[in-house]
Design a protein around this ligand. Structure first.
Ligand code: CA
Ligand code: CA
Ligand code: CA
Length: 141
C-alpha cells in the first residue's frame, strides 16, 4: 500500500518536473494567447483560417496607438497588457525580436515584412495557426 502511494508520488513528481523544467519546450509550442490573437486577426479580412500579410499588418495597426506608422515599445506593451497577451517580460522579448533592424521601433518595412516572412514557414504567402503560434512562442522566449 505504502509502496503504491510512493510510486504514485514518484510518477506525479516526474510529470511535474517534466512540465516545470521545460516550460518553453513542449513537444508542440502552444500559447492560448497566441491562438486567440490569431483567431481574431485571421478573420479581419478573409475568414479562411489563414493570416494574410494584410491581416498581419492589421495587427500592427492595432498596436500603433498614435497612428504615426511605427510602434514604440511603450505602445506595444500597453496594447499587450490591454489584450492580455502575456507577461510584460514576454511582451518586451517579443517586441525586440520583432524589431529586426534594432532601432527600438516596429515599422512595416523592414520589421513587419521580415516578421511575416519568418512566420510563413512553408512560404505559401499565408500564415496558418500552427505557424503563427510556433513562431509567436519562439519570439516571446
Ligand atoms: Ca484570413
Ligand atoms: Ca506609433
Ligand atoms: Ca525597427
Amino acid at each position: 500500500m505504502i509502496e503504491t502511494r510512493f510510486s504514485h508520488l514518484l510518477i506525479t513528481c516526474a510529470v511535474l518536473c517534466g512540465v516545470l523544467c521545460h516550460p518553453g519546450r513542449p513537444a508542440l509550442p502552444d500559447s492560448p494567447e497566441a491562438r486567440k490573437l490569431f483567431r481574431l486577426a485571421e478573420q479581419n479580412r478573409t475568414n479562411d483560417g489563414f493570416l494574410t500579410k494584410a491581416e498581419v499588418d492589421d495587427i500592427f495597426t492595432d498596436f500603433d496607438l498614435d497612428m504615426d506608422g511605427s510602434v514604440e515599445e511603450t505602445e506595444f506593451l500597453k496594447v499587450w497588457a490591454e489584450k492580455h497577451l502575456g507577461t510584460p517580460e514576454s511582451g518586451r522579448t517579443l517586441f525586440h525580436h520583432a524589431d529586426t533592424d534594432g532601432d527600438d521601433t516596429l515599422s512595416l518595412t523592414p520589421d513587419l515584412a521580415r516578421v511575416f516572412y519568418y512566420f510563413d514557414r512553408n512560404q505559401d504567402t499565408k500564415v496558418s495557426q500552427a505557424e503563427f503560434v510556433t513562431v509567436w512562442v519562439e519570439m516571446s522566449l
